[in-house]
Design a protein around this ligand. Structure first.
Ligand code: GKR
Ligand code: MG
Length: 452
């Protein structure tokens, strides 16, 4: 009997295609989403003709790093992921792109060379896993140890939103309408449930004064009784404000995400909530929950940040994100550490397309201790580079058992979105929500200290 000839999975080419994707005017602490947002589509091609797909941030600083890394990958075997990480360490990062800057898109504090590298690496790791899975006839989740669930639950990601981008700004029109008050948010949530069947809701806060956002959550609780609700002001509140919101919404929130900025502030909020709970129980007060679990995608964004946050009790849930944790395997490692410390796992999202949603779904399917619905911006993206969009049914994405990620690139769509990037005068190639907001409000300055 002859043994089968092994396929040649040496990387022969890496194609990098930056694109601009339509994005609605979603409001956040930084400002408002630009009408088009940059993403990078990565294709890893092997000697036997297999093509693996990956996706990550597409701003200039990510592209500058992706180019030399792509060159280093050629000649390596697609399954040699540890070597990919070692190669990335060798790629120099231009200091002017990292030190002291705040990563607007990801809102993860000061950006370091390591964080930048990991975000780029994640797209390459996913592309390599997709290629490997396709070559072996195995889904990505099987390469990660196998799925523990057949469908992954996502939450409806609610945003305060204008009906359209400012007058005179070239943009695609969306059909979601405006949402600038509690009634608008409830209406948006209804559209999410009708279109996708979501049963869990997250509101992006830090946009209006806290009392207005409390009213929006109360309106959601009344409209969707018993459904999990979260509020995320991206660190826009002081410790005192965070405590006030937690006290007012403690009975309806599944968790409060990054109410205050940074681990020490989050630790103080957590400690004072615990103190209040203790004193309430000493006084025999039962019934209404005092305090609420704190979640983060801002103060725990690297392995190095875990120790302080976990030992000070600053967070009870970490939102993983394979883009900035450096890929799917690192996400599994993060989940294992969380399990060890009794900290919950959820999943963060930034503006992304279907390749990333497929990757998120595969890794989420393998994490046993994922007990919260994952975030996804995907419903906000009317455009994609796939032949078929991924779909949500009853608020979940089915885990694909097809080889690799189970998605296919549509070259015409990719070319169209790349042409938009080529045609841009450079003003949209680096996501800048504050600059987009200044078109409507020339005096807008993104707050650097808690706003309320
Ligand atoms: O897209 O406006 C946005 C979000 O605010 C995003 O930038 C955050 O990274 O979704 C994120 C979060 O949960 O903090
Ligand atoms: Mg968040």
């Amino acid at each position: 009997m002859t043994s089968p000839t092994p396929r040649d999975l040496t990387v022969t080419e890496v194609r990098l295609t930056p694109i601009l994707v339509a994005d609605p005017p979603l409001l956040n602490t930084q400002g408002v989403h630009q009408p088009y947002t940059p993403r990078l589509i990565i294709e890893v091609v092997t000697a036997d003709g297999t093509v693996g797909l990956g996706e990550t941030y597409g701003d200039t600083k990510y592209l500058d790093l992706a180019k030399p890394l792509a060159d280093r990958l050629v000649g390596r075997r697609v399954g040699d992921l540890n070597a990919l990480f070692a190669e990335a360490d060798q790629v120099a990062v231009d200091d002017s792109q990292v030190s002291g800057q705040v990563d607007v898109g990801g809102l993860r504090g000061v950006q370091t060379a390591d964080k930048l590298r990991l975000s780029v690496l994640s797209g390459f790791e996913v592309a390599c896993l997709d290629a490997l899975g396709k070559a072996l006839g195995l889904p990505v989740h099987a390469l990660l140890g196998g799925k523990v669930r057949d469908a992954v639950e996502y939450s409806a990601y609610l945003f305060y939103k204008w009906a359209r981008h400012p007058e005179g700004v070239a943009a695609e029109q969306d059909d979601w309408g405006a949402a600038v008050d509690p009634a608008g948010i409830v209406e948006q949530a209804r559209i999410f449930t009708q279109r996708y069947g979501f049963t869990s809701f997250k509101l992006k806060g830090g946009v209006f004064p806290p009392d207005e956002e409390i009213a929006a959550i109360r309106a959601l609780a009344a409209a969707f009784p018993g459904h999990p609700l979260r509020l995320d002001p991206n660190g826009a509140w002081s410790v005192e404000t965070s405590l006030k919101v937690a006290a007012e919404l403690g009975d309806v929130l599944e968790y409060l995400e990054d109410p205050a900025l940074g681990t020490p502030a989050m630790a103080e909020v957590a400690a004072r909530m615990q103190e209040a709970a203790r004193s309430a129980s000493d006084k025999g007060g039962g019934g209404r929950r005092v305090g609420v679990p704190l979640a983060t995608n801002m103060c725990v964004t690297t392995f190095a940040e875990i120790k302080e946050a976990f030992t000070t009790g600053a967070v009870q849930v970490v939102l993983s994100d394979h883009h900035y944790w450096g890929g799917l395997r690192n996400t599994q490692q993060l989940a294992a550490i969380c399990r060890t410390f009794g900290v919950g796992v959820s999943m963060h999202s930034n503006t992304h397309l279907g390749i990333s949603l497929a990757a998120m779904t595969h890794v989420a399917a393998t994490v046993p201790n994922l007990h919260h619905a994952c975030d996804s911006h995907y419903p906000w993206q009317s455009e994609d580079v796939l032949t078929e969009r991924l779909t949500f049914e009853d608020g979940t994405v089915r885990v694909s058992d097809r080889p690799g990620l189970g998605v296919e690139l549509d070259r015409d769509r990719l070319a169209r979105l790349h042409q938009r990037w080529l045609d841009d005068d450079g003003s949209l190639r680096d996501r800048d929500d504050a600059a987009a907001m200044r078109i409507a409000d020339p005096d807008w300055v993104t707050p650097t200290v808690p706003r309320w």
